[in-house]
Every structure is written in C-alpha cells, then in structure tokens.
Design a protein around this ligand. Structure first.
Ligand code: HAM
Length: 427
C-alpha cells in the first residue's frame, strides 16, 4: 500500500523552514504593535453565506474556489478563503464597532481551491490588518506605511506599490455602465471568461490575464475619469500622504481587486521576483461591508499579506536555523543521569540544551553535537566523573576545550555560551 500524501496545494512547513516563518511572524507582530494594532483570533470555518455576501456571489472565490460542505445538521459551511469577512462578522457580533474605532490584525491559514503553482496554494497563510472606524485617507496611508516598514524590517527590496481608486459606490456604478457599453462593442475580441463576466462582473475583466483581452482593455475608459469630487479628493490626499512619507507608488487605473467589497482606495504590492504570483500584499477600503453584514455603517480599510510569498522572497537571503546553545554528551549510565540533570539546570538558566538520549559512542555523539549547530558540547565521561569535572568544548569557535569543576559547570557553560555568541555577533 502506498503512503498517504498531503492534499495537493496544502504544504507542510518542515523544521528547516519554520525558523524563517517564525522570523517573519515575529517581525509582523512588532510592526503591527508599532502602529497600535491588536490581535484578533477567528475561526477557520464560517457559514458560507458570510463569504457569499461579503466577497460577492459572482466572484471567482465564491463561485469556484471555496471549500464548502454541509455540517452534520445540514448548515452550509466553508473554510475561510480570506479573513476580512470573519473579522467584520466578529466585530459586529461582539459590539467592537459600537462608537469605537478598532485597529485589528490576524494571522493564519486560508483556503482556496485554485490551481496550485509557485506562490499559489490551496491552503496558504495570510497576515491581515483591518482598521475599522476611520474614513479618511490618512488611515489608508498608515496601512501602506506599515507594509513599507515591514519590507524594510524584513530586509527586502520594496516590491512595487500600485494604487487606484474605485471611488464611491455611485461612481463605481457609473463607471461600470460606461465600461460595459465600451466592452459590449468589442465583445467578440474578449476571451470566453471575460465575455461571461461582461454580464456578471465586468470590472474584473480589467485584470484579465488574457493578452487579447488586455489589448481591448488598454483602450477602455478608466475609472479615474468617473470619480466624483469627494472620491477624487480622497485619492489625491492619499497620494500627498504617501509623497510626504517618501513612499513610491504607481497609479494603476486598471487595478480592481477580485473581491466585491472595495471602494475608494485599493492597492497591491507586486514583486517580479516570484514569477506569475507576484502580489505579496493587497488591500483597500471597504466602507460598505460592516453595514452589508448587519452592523451600523462604519468605514473600514485593510490589507492581507501572503506569507508563503514573503517566505519565498526571503529564501535567498536567509539561512535561519534553530540551534541549541549546548549539546550534552555523556558516556556510561552514571554520567548519563548526571548529564540529564545538568541539562535541566542549564535550561533553568535560560539556555537551550539538547541532550543525547539513549546509548551512543563518543564519536557518534560528537557527530550529532556538531550537526546540531550547538555552541558548546558539554562532555561527561567516566574519567570526568571520577575527577569531578566536566569538559566544555566550543564547537563554533576555534577555541580550545576547558575542563571545569562539576560545581562550576553551570556558570562556566553559561559564560562560554555568551562568549561564543558575542564572538559570532562580531563576525
Ligand atoms: P486577496 O488579494 O484575495 O485579498 O489576498 C491577499 C494576498 O493573499 C494576496 O496578495 C496573496 O499574497 C495572498 N494569496 C491569495 N491567494 C493565495 C493563494 N491561493 N496562495 C498563496 N497566497 C495567496 C484578501 O484576501 C483581502 N481579505 C485583503 C484585505 C484585507 N482587504 C482588506 N482587508
């Protein structure tokens, strides 16, 4: 019988990969805290209706990509394809938006049944941020500044920032009518998918991947011409904030986003370093969503970062490894026990200690100690026991080994670990 494999498009993060994930997650937490955002934890499963109503019943996500199933009592549930809908649902349910503004963030797996390829998975991870209760362009700018700061903290060359405005719902409707009128005259030149969208979700035709459709789209009217004065001013002010903060951007009037809830500002950070799936972060304003989901009207904006894509970008630059400070090597039953308790005492001092469990010759154990990447090997053999000493062998530095009295072992080990750390920081 062949072994059971993971579901296609759903990946394991192996021990050599998790340090990079942890590194990214910890920088994210710091960046969110620096702007006053607080964490919210949300369920992975919600009622299907929540996503259909918020993301849009005609979107690709809802029509083709959701993992939807019947609960035992017949309710239709879905694995969450994104976090905004859940975040807004939770905020309404718990009264978080009642006369209050909220800066929230979340992190975790999302599920979409897309065709897997590099950067596109069926289970993927997002870190999302939602600012609920502010209507001005300054919070849009804050969201963008937060992400810009994050690229810096991660040591990444900033991806390209594209921004656009979808305006108010009214200006969007006006534009939609104008776009449909234009595209209807060129219907035969559109790809089949776009022809279908002309009747269901025409704005999505603008970011069609089909070259032939893109040639038509290049001649289409743009939404920026249909903005009403307040929308135009919101967008102009956002640009002024970004200019003042020194954040470089491109205005892409064809940037529409694949979810229906957006209005006014939308943005994407796009890199060319990852092949076809280059959007590492995307978001925008969604002023109508809280009301649409049953709350009082409250403006809101947010974004989500695709963590697999960020981890992929970091790969060439980062060889992070989780390594112990000390590896305990023992020979003989008595030394084994002493080494075990010594390990516990070193952990009490905050050190990371790996203990060689089970029987093993010196050579084997030393090989394992080297492989572990530990700073120090602590050796306890019969000789050592008899004379009441331990041997400390630096593994990362070319310093010679030291023999110290058993009663000093903890202090001496801690000191040597610190020395080794300082020396490697200097390099
Ligand atoms: P989204 O554009 O659907 O927006 O996803 C945001 C990001 O998640 C994408 O830019 C990409 O980096 C990542 N992503 C999406 N699908 C996949 C996939 N199949 N595999 C790997 N990564 C993927 C949203 O989800 C909105 N909720 C963002 C938002 C928050 N807008 C306002 N607040």
């Amino acid at each position: 019988m062949t072994g059971v494999q993971a579901v296609r498009g759903m990946n394991d993060a192996l021990p050599q990969q998790t340090p990079t994930w942890q590194h990214v997650e910890s920088l994210l937490r710091n960046a969110f805290a620096a702007y006053g955002y607080r964490e919210i934890r949300l369920p992975l499963v919600e009622k299907t209706e929540l996503f259909a109503r918020s993301i849009g019943a005609d979107t690709d996500i809802v029509t083709k990509e959701m993992y939807t199933f019947k609960d035992r009592n017949g309710d239709s549930l879905s694995l969450r394809p994104e976090g905004t809908a859940s975040c807004v649902r939770a905020g309404i349910q718990h009264g978080l938006f009642h006369n209050q503004q909220q800066r929230l963030w979340y992190i975790g797996p999302m599920f979409r049944h897309e065709r897997p390829q590099r950067g596109r998975y069926r289970q993927f991870h997002q870190a999302g941020v939602e600012a609920v209760g502010w209507s001005g362009p300054d919070i849009d700018a804050e969201l963008i500044a937060l992400t810009a700061r994050l690229w810096g903290a991660l040591g990444l060359a900033p991806p390209t920032l594209q921004i656009n405005s979808l305006g108010s719902p009214q200006s969007r409707l006006r534009y939609r009518a104008r776009l449909v009128a234009f595209l209807a005259t060129r219907r035969a030149e559109l790809d089949v998918d776009s022809q279908r969208r002309l009747d269901t979700n025409p704005l999505r035709i603008l970011d069609s991947k089909s070259e032939q459709t893109q040639e038509v789209v290049a001649e289409a009217p743009t939404i920026l011409d249909d903005l009403d004065d307040p929308s135009r001013e919101h967008f102009a002010e956002l640009c002024r904030y970004l200019d003042a903060a020194g954040i470089v951007y491109e205005i892409n009037p064809r940037l529409m986003r694949g979810l229906d809830y957006y209005n006014h500002t939308v943005f994407e950070w796009i890199t060319t370093a990852l092949g076809a799936q280059g959007t590492v972060c995307a978001g925008g304003r969604y002023d109508g969503l809280v009301e649409l989901l049953g709350g009082r009207p409250v403006p809101a904006a947010g974004f989500a970062i695709g963590l697999e894509r960020v981890v992929d970008l970091l790969k060439p630059q980062h060889e992070l490894r989780q390594t112990p400070d000390v590896f305990v090597v023992t020979l003989g039953a008595q030394a084994r026990q002493l080494g075990f308790t010594l390990g516990e005492r070193l952990r009490d001092r905050g050190l990371q200690v790996e203990y060689y469990c089970g029987d093993g010759g010196l050579k084997n154990q030393m090989k394992r100690a080297d492989k572990s990447g530990a700073a120090i090997a602590l050796l306890l053999g019969e000789d050592e026991l008899e004379s009441g000493i331990v041997t400390l062998k630096p593994l990362r530095l070319s310093a010679s080994q030291r023999r110290v009295p058993l009663c000093d072992a903890e202090a001496a080990t801690t000191k040597l670990v610190n020395e080794s750390e300082n020396a490697s920081n200097e390099h």
